[in-house]
Design a protein around this ligand. Structure first.
Ligand SMILES: NC(=O)c1ccc[n+]([C@@H]2O[C@H](COP(=O)([O-])OP(=O)(O)OC[C@H]3O[C@@H](n4cnc5c(N)ncnc54)[C@H](O)[C@@H]3O)[C@@H](O)[C@H]2O)c1
Length: 374
């Protein structure tokens, strides 16, 4: 199989779909790897490293798309890239088609085979290609939160851990899933006073077991949330109802009871955010203030730590990518239900139920098109 990897063209996106190490794995299995010139530079990988791994550096994106049978990316293609779609091309990347009708239309019109990272699901329900980015966003939420509590960054001038004789910062985390538990780990590690809320009592019991008296776990309800917010210096929004927009747990009127200058880092912004006052921001101007409360609502937080994010993402994507490259999408999907669950478009059909439902399109189960799942 010819494997391609192009430079991401989305604003401020520095991740890349393949590391040199990944390229070497594909080459070892007999595939050819084409990398667009400078594709890895933003993540700290040079063209020479890819060449040493056995990949070929190609000057133009267009040529890489043309030569490839399997295109491995990070972000969904942008309009400039739609012209490269073809029926015999497999596209393996984040697609987020439910939020992008123009991309879905272009994929259906071309017949391209779209395998989406975000829907690839293992039998226990885990989403292994989403988890690494949630781990990073969760950890980063505290790092960024600590920064924007500092005076020079518009904060109230509070050190998360405090020092002996001063209060610790109070960190309130809404949601104890992957983002929330990673935020909890870093906040507790930095010595903050941490409260974490969820509806899932088993999750809270796990965290209680892990951290003991170092954190407070609370069952999430509107009254409890309001009381916790009133005490908080830093709030992390980390809730998710899969497939739905985030529940608005922080109503605008709750801001009145919060401390002036406190900060909401709404990681759930990519699902609409869990505060009524959330609106998407970008790394070049990440914060804004409503009613005296600072908000940080960056939709692609992992992009700030592109090197770590690229390595974490590709550690997860490589094993499925090698199966797709080795067997072709049809056999790989038929033999591995996780890969089957990643197929969002095939031969001009929409093959992801949630995406189809969102746009009232006819759903075609991919196993009918690709062969039965073993
Ligand atoms: N901004 C970014 O760059 C970025 C990066 C990664 C993930 N995210 C987003 O972060 C969010 C969380 O992702 P995750 O991987 O941690 O999801 P997850 O499914 O692992 O965890 C979500 C948690 O929210 C809890 N929850 C649901 N409703 C709740 C409520 N009313 N009160 C309290 N808890 C509630 C669930 O029980 C679950 O434990 C998602 O929207 C995800 O897309 C954003």
């Amino acid at each position: 199989m010819n494997i391609g990897c192009v430079k991401e063209i989305k604003n401020n996106e520095f991740r890349v779909g393949l590391t040199p190490d990944n390229a070497a794995s594909y080459v070892r299995e007999g595939h050819r790897v084409y990398i667009e010139r400078d594709a890895g530079t933003g993540s700290g990988f040079s063209d020479e490293e890819y060449q040493r791994a056995g990949a070929e550096i190609i000057p133009s994106a267009e040529e890489v798309w043309k030569k490839s049978g399997l295109m491995i990316k990070v972000k969904e293609p942008l309009k400039e890239e739609y012209a490269y779609f073809r029926e015999d091309l497999i596209l393996y990347t984040y697609l987020h088609l439910a939020a992008d009708k123009a991309l879905l239309d272009a994929m259906l019109a071309s017949g391209i085979k779209g395998a989406a990272y975000e829907t690839l699901q293992e039998s226990g329900g885990a989403l292994p290609l989403l988890a690494p980015m949630s781990q990073i966003a969760g950890r980063l939420s505290i790092q960024e939160g600590a920064k924007y509590l500092e005076k020079p960054f518009g904060g109230p001038g509070i050190l998360l851990s405090g020092v002996p004789g001063t209060p610790k910062a109070r960190v309130v985390i809404l949601g104890a899933g992957t983002v929330g538990s990673n935020a909890c780990k870093i906040a507790a590690g930095m010595g903050a006073d941490v409260t974490i809320l969820d509806l899932n009592l088993e999750r809270l019991a796990e965290l209680d077991e892990l951290y003991g008296s170092r954190i407070q776990t609370l069952y999430s309800s509107p009254g409890i949330i309001q009381d916790a917010l009133a005490q908080a210096d830093l709030v992390i929004g980390a809730v998710l109802i899969p497939g739905a927009s985030a529940p608005k747990l922080i109503r605008r009127e709750y801001l009145k009871r919060m401390k002036k200058g406190s900060l909401i880092v709404d990681v759930a912004v990519d699902q609409g955010g869990c505060a009524e006052t959330t609106r998407v921001t970008y790394h070049d101007n990440p914060t804004y203030t409503v009613d005296g409360i600072n908000h940080y609502c960056v939709g692609n937080m992992p992009g700030a730590v592109a090197r770590t994010s690229t390595i974490a993402l590709t550690n997860a994507t490589i094993r499925y990518g090698l199966q797709i490259a080795g067997k072709g999408l049809e056999r790989a999907a038929a033999e591995n239900p996780a890969i089957y669950s990643s197929v969002n478009t095939y031969g001009g059909n929409c093959t992801c139920k949630n995406v189809c439902d969102g746009f009232s399109l006819e759903y075609r189960a991919p196993q009918k098109l690709l062969g039965a799942v073993a």
